[in-house]
Design a protein around this ligand. Structure first.
Ligand code: ADP
Length: 159
């Protein structure tokens, strides 16, 4: 049976760190849905539509990856989609405690959907959307951190 995984996140904006995890997931699962969840408490820079567009442009080389958004609870969304698993990336030990809390809650909500953690490539272990925004705000070069389409969108925002 074909296996589906969800890669959830804010993706504000997508970085090479996210793309690394999405690619790893796409090699293991038959299908991957990158799902944008709008976490208002994070005061996003990009709208959900803008984030979807940037993700679509960044993953178009991956034929089994699609992009979606949801304002439901992650596990409700995963169930609606009939997903087998949720994939989260781990950068450093600092991610671990937070992710463990969420995962144990998610397991309570939906026992049959597994959460998988993938370790990012070392070169991205310091990388986050917040750091990219901080650097871009001061007009520093982010071309090693995000695809060109994202770099352009950041320039436009901080013009
Ligand atoms: P959230 O608000 O849910 O943390 P993010 O967009 O920050 O959303 O991250 C989405 C997912 O991508 C999370 O699983 C996060 O751990 C992972 N991620 C973010 N940056 C990286 C990175 N540099 N390397 C690996 N995984 C990452």
């Amino acid at each position: 049976m074909s296996k589906l995984a969800i890669c959830p996140g804010s993706f504000d904006p997508i970085t090479y760190g996210h793309i690394d995890i999405i690619q790893r997931g796409a090699r293991i699962f038959d299908r991957v849905i990158v799902a944008v969840f709008n976490n208002q408490s994070k005061a996003p820079l990009f709208s959900v539509e803008e984030r979807i567009h940037l993700i679509q442009e960044s993953v178009k080389h991956l034929p089994n990856v699609s992009v979606d958004s949801s304002d439901h609870l992650l596990m409700d969304y995963a169930k609606e989609q009939n997903a087998d698993a949720v994939i989260r990336g781990l950068r450093a030990v600092s991610d671990f405690e937070y992710e463990m809390q969420i995962t144990s809650m998610n397991r309570k909500l939906e026992e049959n959907i597994e959460t998988l953690f993938m370790m990012t490539n070392n070169q991205y272990s310091f990388l986050s959307s917040s750091i990219v925004k901080e650097v871009a705000k001061y007009k520093a070069n982010v071309s090693d951190l995000v695809p060109e389409v994202v770099e352009k969108a950041l320039k436009e925002k901080y013009k």
